[in-house]
Unconditional design. Structure first.
Length: 71
């Protein structure tokens, strides 16, 4: 698995931050969490955004869809 790619973020006028992945909204940060994210995002933005969105994609979505429990 390579480095995360396709993440982008937008600061809104109300102080919230929207993190998107390939144009689709992944998460919205507000208040203190948004400020903390903006302080941290300078180093490696793609990695930071991937971490802040949590376990965004693990690559096993297709396999999980086929599991009997998920039918």
């Amino acid at each position: 698995m390579g480095a995360p790619q396709g993440f982008d973020y937008t600061e809104r006028a109300d102080g919230s931050v929207v993190i998107t992945h390939h144009g689709r909204s992944a998460t919205v940060l507000r208040g203190g969490r948004a400020a903390e994210f903006l302080e941290e995002v300078g180093d490696d933005p793609q990695l930071v955004m991937a971490r802040w969105t949590g376990n965004y994609r693990r690559g096993n979505e297709r396999m999980a869809k086929q599991h009997p429990r998920n039918r």
